[in-house]
Design a binder for this molecule. Structure first.
Ligand SMILES: [Zn+2]
Length: 273
């Protein structure tokens, strides 16, 4: 028996539990998960953390051109409402890389099942290594070390590279891009061997970086992109605030754009902690 407000609270808690049980079960079915693992434990959260950078024409981009242009079409003072016309690059700001970005017939952003977009978040801290080496590649050893501390990477998870570069996007855009006198960029990324290991040995839905690219800045062949995306998995680039979420235990909600045939696009990324 409930009194004043209690019933509402219980209902809210129950529907939240149901939501996460459903999402976790669906994610467990992502790849070759054994049937017994299909019923994952329900998850709950107490706070939401925004892993998204504010997008603007000034936000640093891989191509060096503004990732968005905003043209004021209607103005409140004159028209009694405000409206911009956006011209936006798919791969700028905090954004998704869909499998089709680096494959001939991979899924586009609109086709990614939502069950693969609400997933456990594993954050791998390589801040120290990246301080010593701007071209640092997150290795298989880093993943093994994470597992020694936190247990096996959860089925259907997102593995995020936390290099400390996230805050540079705002405080020091030139260092965030890391362009040297020869035009080569310098920032950390995932080693192709680490990507290969996650594809073969673990069930990972997506990888995320707080830098401009899944590959490190000096990469010319984009090997990690070429391994990861054609395997049907997604990526996230320019992720913010990875220092504000735990290494293990959070859930990430990937608010990817549902635009027909999109190869990626601006994404609102929220961690539930
Ligand atoms: Zn991209």
């Amino acid at each position: 028996m409930c009194v004043g407000g209690c019933e509402q609270a219980v209902r809210a808690a129950l529907s939240r539990r149901g939501f996460f049980r459903g999402a976790a079960a669906a994610v467990a079915g992502l790849s070759a998960a054994p049937a017994a693992a299909a019923e994952a434990a329900p998850r709950s959260f107490t706070r939401a953390v925004d892993l998204t950078h504010t997008m603007s024409p000034d936000f640093p981009t891989f191509m060096g051109k503004p990732g968005i242009e905003m043209q004021r079409e209607f103005e409140f003072r004159k028209d009694r409402f405000n409206l911009f016309w956006w011209h936006v690059v798919e791969h700028a700001g905090t954004h998704l890389d869909a499998p089709i970005h680096f494959s001939e017939a991979g899924l586009s952003a609109d086709k990614l099942p939502v069950e693969q977009l609400v997933v456990p978040l594993a954050v791998v801290d390589v801040v120290y290594q990246a301080e010593q080496d701007a071209d640092y590649l997150l290795s298989r050893d880093d993943l093994v070390l994470w597992e020694q501390k936190h247990g096996r990477l959860p089925a259907g998870c997102c593995v995020a590279l936390h290099s400390g570069w996230g805050e540079l996007a705002v405080s020091d855009p030139a260092r965030f891009i890391g362009r040297d006198v020869n035009g080569t960029l310098h920032f950390p990324g995932f080693a192709p061997a680490a990507a290969q290991w996650m594809i073969k040995e673990r069930q990972v839905a997506g990888i995320a970086v707080d830098t401009l690219s899944l590959d490190n800045g000096e990469s010319k062949e984009f090997k990690t992109h070429r391994l990861w995306l054609p395997s049907g998995r997604w990526g996230l680039e320019c992720v913010a605030n990875l220092d504000k979420v735990p290494a293990s235990g959070a859930t990430v909600v990937v608010g990817a754009p549902k635009v027909k045939d999109a190869t990626g696009g601006l994404t609102r990324l929220i961690a539930l902690v």
